[in-house]
Design a protein around this ligand. Structure first.
Ligand SMILES: Cc1cc2nc3c(=O)[nH]c(=O)nc-3n(C[C@H](O)[C@H](O)[C@H](O)COP(=O)(O)OP(=O)(O)OC[C@H]3O[C@@H](n4cnc5c(N)ncnc54)[C@H](O)[C@@H]3O)c2cc1C
Length: 360
């Protein structure tokens, strides 16, 4: 099939690679001049990343063995393997996989508008070009112009705004840190993610006033800022349509981001695998996404519960999580699939049920 992908981010490139490998005629259009810049991401990935079988040597920055969780008055250290990648190098790795599999990538090329039925207009180095692909994939990020042109965004969508600094300081490179609490970051958490013993990515994301909370978080910390980064992150919407006419939504354009942590890379890549299977085998994308959608819905429910936590609740949660019997669950399962985490945690510690009231 003749397939046009808009957006050479990690998810568009990964889908391009899988589709080209399957024998499709794939063209990827990217509005920027190069892949992966500016960086607008921390690049933290759970151990589920191993499932993709990539050679990490060109893009891996650090591997963690511990996660520190801080609430206003409690602290907990969990064991667990996680990866930190350089987004510029990772995105280029995926773009090269796509190119080697036979996909073409056009730079400086923007999606402009949708024309009659299956035609779309892109600009290539400033010149308009008419394309008639059999399939269009919108992988153009959280504010997708393609999704707008195909009327996907008729729902009230919510976004987070992430702000991050790359800083110099003193860090334990084996461990990254998270900070929860109403005063720290009201509807997510702040993070300190070391690249090495003297460089870290420090940031947070909120739906409102990210700069205010970021500046507050940085106060009194002995860091020197090397670089600032910022970006938009979509909040998953359970009613988001995924396919309309010949156009499919993918990655951030579809809101496939875990609402608990705002990690979108692994969900988007899993979603790309489903999409490619649907295109190859003429399956219904909306139906085949059911399993992933259940996970995303549970992440969203957990986010709604967590958004109602007081600082006292956060202290209570961290204390309960710190018990050996609960800690074991979190050390065995990654957060990609929240079902075993939630079920097993509730079985081991029924006192977590007191937070169910926040669902209503
Ligand atoms: C501060 C911050 C920290 C984050 N940290 C993490 C993390 O630690 N782990 C994690 O998993 N996720 C994280 N995320 C989320 C993650 O960055 C996204 O989920 C991921 O980048 C989604 O990839 P994508 O390919 O769908 O979209 P994008 O990466 O946004 O790529 C979209 C591409 O489309 C291009 N494009 C846009 N419009 C057009 C157009 N009209 N024509 C042509 N091309 C176009 C863009 O230039 C871009 O290259 C973070 C996000 C932010 C903002």
């Amino acid at each position: 099939m003749k397939i046009t992908i808009i957006g050479a981010g990690p998810i568009g490139c990964y889908a391009g690679y899988l589709l080209a490998k399957s024998g499709h005629n794939v063209s990827i259009y990217e509005r920027k001049k190069e892949i992966g810049l500016p960086i607008q991401c921390t690049g933290l990935l759970t151990a589920d990343f191993d499932q993709f079988g990539f050679d990490k040597s060109s893009f891996l920055v650090n591997t963690f063995s511990e996660i520190e969780i801080n609430s206003p008055k409690q602290q907990l250290i969990l064991k667990g393997k996680e990866y930190l990648v350089c987004r510029k190098k990772f995105d280029n790795y995926l773009a090269n996989l796509a190119l080697k599999a036979g996909a073409k990538i056009f730079f400086n090329s923007s999606f402009l508008r949708r024309e009659k039925e299956n035609q779309i207009i892109v600009t290539e180095n400033g010149e308009e070009k008419i394309l008639s692909p059999e399939v269009v994939i919108a992988a153009d990020g959280p504010l997708s112009g393609v999704a707008k042109a195909y009327d996907f965004y008729d729902l009230k969508r919510k976004h987070y705004y992430g702000i991050q600094a790359v800083v110099r300081g003193n860090f334990n490179p084996q461990r990254y840190q998270t900070y929860f609490g109403k005063e720290t970051c009201p509807d997510l958490f702040a993070w300190i993610v070391p690249e090495s013993k003297d460089i870290a990515r420090v940031g947070l994301a909120t739906t409102k006033n990210p700069r205010f909370y970021f500046d507050k978080f940085m106060l009194g910390k002995d860091f020197s800022v090397m670089e600032m980064q910022a970006g938009t992150i979509p909040l998953y919407h359970p009613k988001q349509k995924m396919v309309r006419d010949n156009c499919y939504l993918l990655g951030d354009a579809s809101g496939y981001v875990k609402a608990t942590t705002l990690g979108g890379i692994i969900p988007g890549m899993k979603q790309a695998q489903v999409l490619v299977d649907c295109i190859d085998n003429k399956k219904d994308y909306g139906i085949e996404l059911k399993k992933l959608r259940k996970r995303m819905n549970l992440h969203l429910r957990l986010r709604r519960v967590m958004n109602k936590f007081s600082d006292k609740d956060w202290d209570c949660v961290v204390k309960l999580l710190g018990q050996e019997k609960v800690r074991e669950v979190f050390e065995k399962h990654t957060r990609e699939n929240p079902f075993p985490l939630v079920m097993k945690t509730l079985l081991k510690e029924p006192r977590f049920l007191k937070f169910v009231k926040y669902l209503f």
